[in-house]
Every structure is written in C-alpha cells, then in structure tokens.
Ligand binder design. Structure first.
Ligand code: RB5
Length: 154
C-alpha cells in the first residue's frame, strides 16, 4: 500500500476522467479530490458547461481503458445512463453506474469494474467523493468472480 496514496492499489495511481456539460462541475471537483490524494489524472474533457454530446467523451475514456492505456476511468453525465451505455460497448470495459456506496464497493469486489459512472444530476458532491474513494480502495475478490467476468466479453 502506498502511504502517500492509500487508494492507489494494484492498479497504480493513474486514472482518466471524462464528463459531458451536465456533470462538468462535478468532474472538476473529483479531479481536485483525486489530485489531492496523489493521483495522476488525465482529463478527457468536457472543457466547460457548454452543451456537448456525452457519447464523444464516453468513447474517449472507454477506449483508453479498453486498450489498457489507463487501468481505471471515471465517467460522469447528467444521469450516468448515457455514459454507461457507451462505455459498456467497449471490449474489456466493465462500467458500473453507482449512486450508493454498497454498489460502488460491490462493483469492485464482484465485477472488477474498471470504470465508475455517476450521474451529476442524481447525486451530491459529498456522496460522489465517497463513491470514488470506496471504489478506488476496494479490491476485486477474484475466484469464481473472475470466471464470471471472463465470460462477459462476446
Ligand atoms: C444531457 O442533457 C444528458 O442527456 C446527459 O448528461 C446524460 O444524462 C445522458 O444520459
């Protein structure tokens, strides 16, 4: 365990984050939250609250995780629904839309989720930070769950 960054587990400390306009503000806050904890954060956009398509930013982040350029990613849009739909089309991406701490934890323990998705119009900042912290600190259990996730990709 890295003493400077206890959330930097076996996946290391780099992470890519993206949002659309609807969650731009939350993305900026989560970036600060992560950088304050020693993470190297790659910001895939959006750059402002000006209207954009979540699809473009979802694809950027999911593609980077799918190709192994980043071990983990975070995606945010208004509901999280659009980002989930986009991200989960990419091979080896397991994107988990979470709005409660139990789901965030279990998405790691049982599903080895490599992208955390949240809805900026659904949850508040403090809950979002708690989901991020929990998700980053929780390890995959492996075992029978490894067999199961290996059957997800078509
Ligand atoms: C943008 O208005 C909204 O559609 C988007 O943020 C997201 O919620 C889509 O799923």
């Amino acid at each position: 365990m890295d003493k400077e960054n206890p959330a930097a587990n076996a996946f290391g400390n780099s992470i890519i984050i993206g949002s659309d306009h609807a969650a731009f503000g939350l993305k900026e806050k989560i970036k600060t939250f992560l950088m304050d904890r020693g993470f190297q954060v790659e910001d895939a956009g959006a750059e402002s609250e000006g209207s954009v398509s979540y699809v473009d930013y979802g694809k950027k982040v999911a593609n980077a995780v799918s190709k192994g350029q980043f071990p983990r990613g975070i995606l945010l849009c208004g509901t999280g629904l659009g980002m989930s739909m986009v991200a989960n089309r990419f091979p080896k991406v397991r994107a988990a839309l979470c709005s409660d701490v139990f789901s965030a934890r279990m998405s790691r323990v049982h599903n080895d989720a490599n992208i955390l998705v949240m809805g900026g119009r659904i949850i508040g900042d403090v809950l979002a930070f708690e989901l991020v912290r929990t998700w980053l600190e929780t390890e995959f259990e492996g075992g029978r769950h490894l067999d199961r996730i290996q059957h997800i990709d078509l």
